[in-house]
Design a protein around this ligand. Structure first.
Ligand code: AMP
Length: 423
């Protein structure tokens, strides 16, 4: 089987490397870290081609933008099995207002909200909220369109900036305002074929750029799996109260969802509540969750694409920790072209796989930075502490000018859990 993968980030690198345990993989456009042969002898190749021109037995679409744009529908119309929802299901991420309205109809627990394109009505709604304000762009904003604040003046200014188009362009001309919830966050990646669903192990990611959750939000600076707070009971509860009702509602509204549903949840004092849905694997969650799958991932993706009954995957009891290295200036304006050293050495650390995100080859063939998040160093170990130790050992071997990374990824979990056999 030849599996096509659309995308070029560390998430797609992780998807391709796990698919390549049982299938040949063709990635478009891919990145310089991907090409090669897997330990099992399957090839990963990169081609810079229109995905609609590729001849493959299965297509896995990595990022949200082409899904929202209907790429899955166009490929399906050509008879290609596709892992990824059509444009109708992709609206769960493409429009936060659509998502909130749909889950409200399904009676899924989630934050109280309103959707506004009028600054006066938005201001009135803000005054009804107690204990914090959350302002989101309705449209896609690369994971950066959310403000959480306790200061109503800051909330008002953010609403004005978003609605005027000055901070996020058209994505912000409509906003969703929510009450602020509190509690630990758990993200679940659920593979779905219509109303059939299998859940992958839980992961926790780190959104802020600096240690101790300081500084601005990013696309994600690291992650680990399993998650001690995501016990089997919590996962079952999230599936029962949040994911299954959503899938039933989608089906009821004529949406045959085939792909991954990423459920970002908060474990509030009143029980788990939905924060958001993404319609693709989380990045960097994919880099720590997918390597733990020990059964045939390509076959499972094909079942999803064909809408067949899903066989639950088998999962390694080992833990995985991923640390992101970001470029100078991230998450603001980033500098590119910084030479990266030490990649081969880092890859030789036991249990480590370096996934490329924003990299390219310069004219001399050297790998240089070419994006905000540059690499994700992912390590597996017998527990979180051992995986974490290996990840940071590998990180210490990689250098480039302006490199930024967090030093506290999975630090707390490594202290509190020596038992990875859950999640
Ligand atoms: P989102 O892009 O919707 O996942 O939001 C990004 C982050 O903002 C989440 O991971 C949460 O940390 C935070 N957040 C979003 N919505 C809420 C909410 N209603 N209450 C508290 N925090 C939230």
């Amino acid at each position: 089987m030849i599996v096509g993968v659309v995308g070029s980030g560390a998430r797609e690198h992780a998807i391709a490397s796990v698919l390549a345990r049982t299938a040949d993989v063709l990635v478009t456009p891919g990145n310089p870290g991907m090409p090669g042969r897997s330990g099992e002898g399957f090839a990963i190749r990169c081609v810079d081609m229109d995905p609609e021109e590729l001849e493959v037995d299965l297509m896995v679409i990595g990022p949200e933008a082409p899904l929202v744009d209907g790429l899955a529908d166009r490929l399906r119309a050509k008879g290609i099995p596709v892992f990824g929802p059509g444009a109708n299901g992709a609206r769960l991420e493409g429009s936060k207002a659509f998502m909130k309205d749909l889950v409200a109809r399904a009676q899924v627990p989630s934050a109280r909200y309103g959707a506004f394109d009028d600054v006066v009505l938005a201001g009135l709604f803000l005054e009804t909220l107690e204990g914090g304000y959350v302002i989101k762009t309705d449209g896609l904003a690369a994971g950066k369109g959310v403000l959480v604040t306790g200061d109503i003046d800051e909330a008002r200014k953010d609403v004005r900036d978003k609605l005027s188009g000055s901070s996020f362009g058209d994505a912000g001309r409509r906003v969703v305002i929510e009450e602020a919830m509190t509690g630990p966050e758990v993200s679940l990646l659920v593979l779905c074929a219509n109303t059939d669903a299998v859940v992958l192990p839980a992961a926790q990611d780190f959104k802020r750029i600096f240690d101790k959750d300081q500084g601005p939000n990013t696309g994600g600076m690291g992650a680990y799996s399993p998650v001690p707070v995501a016990s089997d009971e919590v996962v079952d509860l999230i599936m029962e109260r949040i994911v299954h009702p959503t899938l039933r509602q989608l089906a009821l509204e004529g949406i045959d969802y085939r792909g991954v549903l990423y459920a970002g949840c908060m474990l509030t004092p009143e029980g788990p509540k939905l924060i958001e849905y993404n319609i693709r694997f989380g990045d960097p969650e994919a880099e720590v969750v997918l390597p733990r799958i020990t059964s045939d991932f390509a076959e499972l993706c094909l079942q999803v694409a064909n809408g067949e009954h899903l066989s639950p995957p088998t999962i390694s009891p080992e833990a995985t920790v991923g640390v992101v290295l970001a470029a100078h200036g991230y998450p603001g304006t980033v500098r590119s072209g910084d030479r990266i050293e030490g990649l081969e050495k880092a890859d030789t650390v036991k249990g480590v796989k370096v996934f490329h995100a924003g990299t390219r080859r310069d004219s001399e063939g050297h790998i240089v930075t070419a994006g905000g998040r540059v690499l994700c160093v992912s390590a597996t170990g017998e527990d979180i502490a051992s995986a974490r130790g290996r990840a940071y050992e590998a990180v210490s071997l990689i250098t480039f000018d302006g490199a930024q990374y967090r030093h506290d990824i999975a630090a707390l979990a490594a202290q509190t859990s020596s038992n990875p056999r859950q999640g």
